[in-house]
Design a protein around this ligand. Structure first.
Ligand code: ADP
Ligand code: MG
Length: 642
């Protein structure tokens, strides 16, 4: 039976002007196993066109091409890939080895595409390379070999998947006469072992070696003659059985191939990754900076406040009795006082251990402390509460009965060494001056006296002191959150400072998002950069893509190799970004911890993961376009590229 049969094959090339060029005209010919067929003819007569059709590289023809009785024209894309991969071995005039792969990898690539195990691949390749006398060169790159050696590597590659048909398009065209003889001998042996070999040649000497000679002129078969009989060789060496599983290029192999290629263009890829990493780096840095600022805010608030204490203020809106006699306090932004009924309500809240009354007297120049003939004004006087923690005290002790703690600058204004001395405090509330003597017990961050002492002064003046702030002490700090909720429900306000922190946190969050988004714009630039680089890579490797397709790579495989490259660039730039951020963060932190006793950049594992994942996703998205461009290249067109 004929292994290959061509019935009424016609081929037209569409020219730029829209005309057709009739390259093959009604070709009818059939081939058997074990034949060594030479196709001869003038340049331009249609030999390569015919080879490409037989090899499954060109499906744009009319007529029937039967392989073992099956019409190849009716093959699906997948079947055609299988045909190219396992039934056909292609040998080109210009070798078409992949320059950045070793000899071994060049030969095994067709098996890699079928996901054959590495062990099996290497075993099989070594066998064939040994038969072709190339065993000692397997780790070299193609450009380290002579022309004859390169062509033998190409023959090994064509044989690796044990195909039924070998197609050689002018295999000796680029060789000198001595190596031509070597290569022809090898090709002859392939046919003698029972394969169909179809070889295009210019040389009559070469044609004389074959069992059949077909001459083509102007796209037509002029003659078809029998040549000398070939002696059949029985397979002497046991070639290992290779599995022709219909498997595909694995992701790991794709990444490996991509990596091998990228290594070739190492510095270019490093620069691109570095460029792309800057966007990711600034995003991670902004997030970490926002985290650091918030942590700092919260930490400084927590260290000053007692976690068991909840501050309560009157909500201005609940005060219906706002009359002008309260003038000064309201003017200074102070809340209205708590009534006994308010205090009762607050006492009843669950988990409240005690209720502490407090006032804060603020005066701009109207409140003074004097000692001897020295006098100075104080901005604010507060009463002691559980909310004042030890961190507030700088020197001495907190005030006992009829005692006061004052601020450093007050002490300085009164002549320095003032602890233990009696001072006079004079203050104005509701157009009335009050005055009282206190013993200075210490220096603190604010001026503090006890509420009881102050209440006594008011009572002595025929007035009643009303609390403007109340501190609720919880039985346990785990209950403060619930208490805060409860007071807000009852229409009171919490701590002004805390409200400020909350809004600060909100602002930092918003700012972080804005800054991170601005940095995000540079991600867009990175994406375009990666797209351009991969595009260039596709253009540079058009021929290689053609070769891969000729030996059976599917569109998917090609796409996978380029997407893998994008994946690797994304991964590298993500890793570079994390490294850069760590270095920058470390630098910023060593400065900030020196100056403010804090780490301003707080990197989290989640930011790092986010950065790397984003980098990979962006890079792969950018790679999709060039990758599918590569996948769509027609094998014949890409092979013709010089
Ligand atoms: P050979 O291999 O015998 O030298 P080819 O098969 O390469 O010849 O080409 C046969 C004819 O078809 C030539 O005239 C060539 O110019 C033409 N041809 C080949 N490829 C194309 C193409 N892609 N577009 C237009 N014409 C083509
Ligand atoms: Mg040709």
């Amino acid at each position: 039976m004929n292994i290959l049969e061509l019935n009424h094959i016609d081929k037209d090339y569409k020219l730029d002007g829209g005309e057709l060029y009739h390259a093959l005209k009604d070709i009818n010919v059939s081939f058997k196993k074990g034949e060594l067929v030479s196709i001869i003819g003038e340049s331009g007569s249609g030999k390569s066109t015919l080879m490409n059709i037989i090899g499954g590289l060109d499906s744009d023809y009319t007529g029937k091409l039967l392989f073992n009785g099956e019409n190849i024209g009716e093959y699906s894309e997948k079947q055609l890939d299988e045909y190219r991969k396992n039934k056909i071995g292609f040998i080109f005039q210009s070798f078409n080895l992949i320059p950045h792969l070793s000899i071994l990898d060049n030969v095994t690539i067709a098996m890699t595409l079928s996901n054959v195990s590495k062990e099996e691949r290497v075993k099989r390749a070594e066998e064939i390379l040994e038969q072709l006398g190339l065993k000692q060169h397997i780790h070299k790159k193609p450009n380290q070999l002579s022309g004859g050696q390169k062509q033998r590597v190409a023959i090994a590659r064509a044989l690796i998947n044990d195909p039924d048909i070998i197609i050689a398009d002018e295999p000796t065209g680029a060789l000198d006469s001595e190596t031509t003889d070597q290569v022809l001998k090898i090709i002859e042996d392939i046919a003698k072992r029972g394969k169909l070999v179809i070889m295009v040649t210019h040389s009559d000497k070469v044609a004389a070696h074959s069992s059949r000679v077909i001459r083509i002129a102007d796209g037509e078969i002029i003659y078809d003659r029998k040549g000398r009989e070939l002696a059949h060789i029985e397979e002497t060496t046991e070639t290992s059985n290779i599995s022709k599983r219909a498997q595909n290029l694995s992701f790991v192999s794709a990444v490996k191939l991509a990596f091998q290629n990228m290594r070739e263009k190492m510095s270019r890829n490093i620069w691109v990754s570095l460029g792309a990493s800057i966007g990711i780096m600034s995003v991670i840095l902004m997030l970490s900076l926002g985290g650091g600022l918030k942590a700092y805010m919260n930490q400084s608030i927590n260290s000053m406040a007692n976690p068991r204490v909840v501050e309560v203020n009157m909500d201005e809106h609940t005060d219906n009795s706002a009359d002008s006699s309260k003038g000064m306090n309201t003017l200074l932004g102070q809340s209205p006082p708590f009534t006994n009924k308010d205090l009762e309500t607050l006492t009843k809240i669950d988990h409240v251990d005690s209720v502490e009354k407090s006032v804060n007297i603020v005066g701009f120049g109207t409140n003074t402390i004097s000692y001897g003939d020295k006098s100075t004004s104080v901005l604010s006087l507060s009463t002691m509460s559980s909310n004042v923690t030890d961190s507030a005290l700088l020197k001495g002790s907190f005030p006992g009965k009829n005692e006061i703690v004052i601020q450093e600058e007050t002490a300085d204004a009164l002549g320095g060494d003032i602890i233990g001395k009696t001072i006079t405090f004079k203050w104005l509330v509701d157009e009335k001056f009050y005055s009282a003597d206190f013993v200075v017990s210490g220096i603190a961050n604010n001026t503090y006296v006890n509420y009881k002492d102050l209440a006594q002064v008011y009572a002595d003046n025929g007035n009643e002191l009303q609390p403007t702030t109340v501190y609720l002490v919880a039985d346990d700090k785990s209950h403060t959150a619930a208490i805060k909720e409860e007071i807000e429900k009852s229409g009171y306000r919490g701590s002004a400072q805390e409200a400020m922190t909350d809004s600060f946190n909100g602002m930092i969050d918003a700012l972080t998002i804005v800054l991170a988004s601005i940095s995000g714009i540079s991600l867009f630039v990175s994406a375009i950069m990666i797209l351009v680089i991969l595009h260039i890579s596709v253009v540079e490797r058009t021929k290689e893509i053609g070769v891969l397709k000729a030996i059976g790579a599917r569109r998917k495989d090609i796409k996978r190799i380029f997407v893998s490259e994008a994946f690797l660039i994304g991964l590298f730039s993500g890793l570079i970004a994390v490294t850069l951020t760590s270095v920058l963060g470390w630098g910023a932190n060593s400065i900030s911890s020196h100056m403010f006793d804090m780490n301003i950049v707080q990197m989290k594992m989640s930011y790092i993961t986010f950065g790397i994942v984003t980098s990979i996703i962006i890079s792969m998205l950018a790679g999709l376009l060039p990758a599918s461009k590569a996948a769509k290249l027609e094998p014949v067109d890409s092979l013709r590229r010089e």
